[in-house]
Design a binder for this molecule. Sequence first.
Ligand code: NAP
Length: 260
Amino acid sequence: MDLGLQGRTALVCAASKGLGRAVAFALAREGVTLTITARGADALAQTAAEIRAETGTLVHIAPGDITTEAGRAAALAVAGQPDILITNAGGPPPGDFRDLTEAQWLAALHANMLTPIALIRAVIDPMIARRFGRIVNITSASVKSPIPTLGLSNGARAGLTGFVGGVAREVARHNVTINNLLPGPFLTDRLRANAQAAAQAAGRSVDHEIMRRAQSNPTQRVGTPGEFGDACAFLCAAQSGYIVGQNILIDGGAFNASFN
Ligand code: NAP
């Protein structure tokens, strides 16, 4: 299926690794010119080179911390007025909510709520003027099914989700869509690091911990970043203008409900 994105431009945040990287690859395969960001400049340049080599697409890099004003300004200076915005950043750390400091709460709110909102605000009016825009926020399955030890993530992402629910319906008539994609367990560096920490604490192997996550959903496996990237690219398609303000779980069916 041709997604009708040839010649479009995208800003994909936090994209040197993991889910963001997979989204960048999927969009590049559709002929989208990219700006990708991450804090680590070397890994970012390496990913850009790999995308160029595989797809022949133009890929710009904007190294920096997207959760800071300077990082966002740098990304937007390179990306200009993108047709597609993918918001993403690292997830906040786990912990007992009793131990969380105000500084940790503010960092989580900046990373997982205020940064996506600031980026949406920066790109949306030009999208409206051009009558095309696709915005996808990478959030988490924990938005629908909160994880007790991830209070920072549950809280900050819920704030973003509420905001998007309103603004998505305000801009949809201009062919500008905003949706959230909610990953369950995907085999990325983040999942490996979490599994390693859990394995160490429980005295088990990392493979065992990854297997436990795989068994937590009906597919009995963890997701591959590539399938996440392709789902995200579909939400950005020219044909996807009628998908508005949705929170789409991509979790192997782990969320158990007759109606989502
Ligand atoms: P990952 O494999 O650790 O990759 C994270 C990417 O984001 C890297 O390229 C990293 O590069 C970049 N990054 C992190 N913080 C950044 C910042 N402040 N500014 C710019 N770039 C930043 O993580 P992932 O698994 O793809 O996760 C992506 C998001 O999905 C996270 O918010 C995570 O909580 C959420 N999520 C993931 C899963 C999963 O199973 N993988 C499940 C639910 C939710 P640098 O470190 O060089 O900046």
